[in-house]
Design a protein around this ligand. Structure first.
Ligand SMILES: [Zn+2]
Length: 340
């Protein structure tokens, strides 16, 4: 079985965008906010949105299951206030739930959290619990910078975040560290802000004792871990200079990387530097990079091809990357798959 741990609903039916447009337009006049019940999307609209995209690519590429969450750049936690974010998150998560019910063998849900700048992450506990306990989701996306590029929240290792981590541990769900849209023109959303955030989160983890406080807390750093694998020597050296334990001991029981690196040399480096036990297959399709690489004739985000092509990985390691590690990190996945 091939499990893609990183997919977003980026082909949403048009009424969702119209709802969001009306919601954002009413931020200064909440009386004009559209009611969630006014949003009408049919099952056929959902099917149409997926059949020619995510489902087609799953079939063509030979992957089986996508761990699926709302569009990451659409979370836009910096827009409005905590209530805006809660209404929007519930709608987006409910839509993912409908996708998972229509295609239970193809998609399993991960939720968006109703974060808001300056608001304690404890406010996300209710929605996380609803999504996991009631909707059957297996994880969440956690935005380390709900300001959208201004980085004015405490680091992920600050006690500010601890109540949410306590709930994640209790529910036994991991978080993918995933920023949303950038509203800082210095940082292109998918080309810079995403990769910066991945790298930033890793360095925050390196300098803290977060995993002493939460030995079973698990994070996936997406997009191949940002700059981390490429600069592994820098991070090992920094840890050493700071009298921290070796990275493998310090972080690799809790921190995982995905394979959203869109060329073979990048995947070769990732799999050479990071132990196979810490890598989860992912493509983020249909996502940031939609085109075909003229050098190979294949889609940039057809990441399965790169892993297939890495000759230094054993069959057992490939099995871990494609399936075993996802089952380990998303602990609730096994029970859900067994019921299919
Ligand atoms: Zn993503």
């Amino acid at each position: 079985m091939i499990i893609d741990c990183h997919g977003h609903y980026t082909t949403e039916p048009a009424p969702l965008f119209e709802f969001r447009r009306r919601q954002v337009a009413a931020i200064d006049d909440p009386a004009k906010s559209p009611s969630p019940a006014s949003l009408k999307i049919s099952d056929d609209e959902i099917r149409e949105s997926l059949e020619g995209a995510q489902l087609k690519f799953q079939r063509e590429r030979g992957t089986n299951l996508t761990i699926f969450s709302p569009r990451a750049s659409g979370m836009a936690h910096h827009i409005g206030n905590a209530e805006t974010s809660l209404v929007w998150s519930r709608i987006c998560n409910d839509l993912i739930h409908r996708v998972c019910n229509l295609y239970p063998k193809n998609f399993i849900g991960v939720c968006q959290l109703p974060q808001s700048p300056g608001v304690a992450p404890a406010n996300c506990i209710g929605e996380l619990e609803r999504c996991v306990s009631e909707l059957g989701f297996v994880g969440c996306n956690l935005n380390p910078d709900p300001s959208g590029g201004n980085w004015n929240s405490p680091p992920l290792t600050d006690r500010w975040w601890y109540p949410l981590y306590e709930k994640m541990v209790e529910l036994d769900v991991p978080a993918m560290v995933h920023v949303s849209a950038s509203c800082n023109p210095n940082f292109h959303t998918t080309g810079a802000h995403y990769i910066n955030a991945d790298t930033t989160a890793f360095m925050q983890f390196l300098t803290s004792d977060l995993f002493k406080d939460f030995p079973t807390l698990k994070f996936i750093i997406p997009h191949g871990g940002g700059a981390v694998p490429y600069h592994w020597g820098r991070y090992r050296g920094l840890a050493q200079d700071m009298k921290r334990p070796p990275l493998k001991e310090l972080l690799l029981k809790n921190v995982y990387f995905d394979t959203c690196v869109y060329h073979l040399p990048g995947i070769e480096l990732l799999t050479k530097v990071i132990p196979a036990d810490n890598i989860l297959f992912a493509s983020e399709m249909v996502g940031a990079v939609k085109g075909i690489d003229p050098e190979t004739g294949n889609y940039f985000d057809d990441t399965k091809r790169y892993i297939d092509a890495v000759s230094s990985l054993s069959a057992a390691d490939k099995q871990k990357i494609f399936e075993g590690n996802a089952r380990k990190v998303y602990s609730r996945l096994g029970a859900k798959l067994a019921r299919l």
